[in-house]
Design a protein around this ligand. Structure first.
Ligand code: SF4
Ligand code: SF4
Length: 387
């Protein structure tokens, strides 16, 4: 028994590209974004299609290394590699790119990318809870609005923004309802399936289509659960994946966990809970750009210093999802997540008494057998802990 609604997500990749081509032919503009901090509501309010361009595949990395240092995060190299080889249809169709100053590697990469496409870089403050940061981030949103209006030749009204906030909030609500199905001990959706859903809807031209597909899957899973449907038995180690973003093509750790009998029941990362957990109150009548600025600054990314929100969110998720073990994934050369792993380990192992494993890797499969041995041993510990 497998939910029928899952099939639609597998077919979505080809469909999304066709829809994007159709939208371009009909005169729609496309804006490529690389980070969760970029408020896609502004792009939607501009009447454009936001597409996530984060590189998650190994293939274009060799081309990127002709310009970028080899010792750089694979996500940055893959993103740049797709751009420089023009092998990503979403990059190809983008009329402009919105970058942001998150980590050092990414912000410097955007300087090189400007030679390929117009890039607008948002300057992200790196301390979240400060009035001055909110002011700066709000002004950066105003600057992005001006840029979109000028480049796309449109005018964004408050009403456009409110409608975009409403549709994005709906999308987050749909994701949260799906993700939260796994809070029960018998999980209803595997990590691999969760990733596929989350990844593919990110490329939907029609945002409502993505919401409807997720809602359809959630409803079907609830119905199947009543008939005894589960993706694992109750003794399978329940793993929470935290750390750097994962997408289709860079999911080797999730695949290994699930091949070896564990289950990734929750993801505390971009694409997982980090974004779905943001709550923008659509009924708040204050300046919509201020609402966006306030909320986006709450994203618990390791580029923030300090980043207590991540630890609080992790603690909450470990309890709510009845987690047996935490894997902290760090892409090679990602200093912010790598250093922060010490604090994550302290919370998980020392304060909560839950087995913890940090994995530092890249997009290649060269360390797959080594990872298999480490993950197998880790799942054994989590099982022992559970008995
Ligand atoms: S992990 Fe941080 S830098 Fe990377 S996409 Fe998410 S918010 Fe942006
Ligand atoms: S994973 Fe780390 S180094 Fe790579 S782009 Fe994200 S924050 Fe930067």
């Amino acid at each position: 028994m497998r939910p029928n609604a899952l099939e639609a997500f597998n077919e979505l990749r080809d469909q999304n590209i066709l829809n994007l081509k159709g939208a371009k032919a009909a005169g729609k503009k496309v804006v490529g974004i690389y980070c969760s901090y970029c408020p896609k509501e502004l792009v939607l309010a501009a009447g454009a299609v936001p597409v996530s361009l984060c590189g998650t595949r190994e293939e274009p990395i060799a081309a990127a290394e002709k310009h970028l240092p080899r010792n750089l995060c694979p996500l940055i190299k893959s993103s740049y590699g797709f751009a420089v080889t023009d092998t990503c249809p979403y990059f190809h169709f983008s009329d402009m790119i919105v970058g942001e100053t998150t980590c050092d590697g990414k912000k410097k990469m955007f300087e090189l990318m400007q030679d390929i496409k117009p890039v607008h870089v948002m300057h992200l403050p790196q301390v979240a809870d400060r009035e001055a940061s909110l002011k700066l981030w709000h002004s950066e949103l105003v600057r992005l609005q001006d840029e979109l209006e000028e480049r796309l030749g449109i005018k964004i009204t408050d009403q456009d923004l409110r409608e975009a906030i409403h549709i994005s909030s709906e999308q987050r609500r749909a994701r949260m309802e799906l993700f939260n199905l796994n809070q029960g001990r018998a999980a209803l959706i595997s990590g691999t399936e969760m990733l596929t859903v989350s990844w593919q809807v990110g490329f939907c031209v029609d945002q409502q289509e993505g919401i409807d597909l997720i809602d359809g899957l959630t409803a079907e899973l609830r119905e199947l659960a009543g008939m005894g449907y589960r993706v694992s038995d109750e003794s399978s180690p329940r793993i929470l994946l935290t750390g750097t973003p994962v997408g289709l093509g860079s999911e080797k750790v999730i695949t290994l966990v699930e091949e070896l009998g564990g289950l990734v029941v929750a993801m505390q990362n971009c694409g997982g809970y980090n974004i779905a957990d943001l709550e923008i109150d659509a009924s708040d009548t204050r300046d919509p750009l201020l609402l966006l600025a306030e909320n986006y600054l709450k994203i618990p990314c390791s580029v923030m210093s300090p980043n207590q929100r991540r630890l609080k969110l992790l603690e909450r998720m470990i309890k709510e999802f009845q987690i047996d073990g935490v894997i902290d994934l760090t892409w090679q050369a990602c200093h912010t997540f790598n250093v922060e792993s010490f604090l994550v380990a302290d919370l998980v192992k020392n304060r909560m008494g839950i087995p913890f494993l940090q994995i530092e890797t890249d997009y290649s499969s060269s360390d797959k057998e080594n990872l298999r041995v480490r993950i197998e041993a880790f799942l054994e510990i989590t099982s022992d802990n559970n008995r």
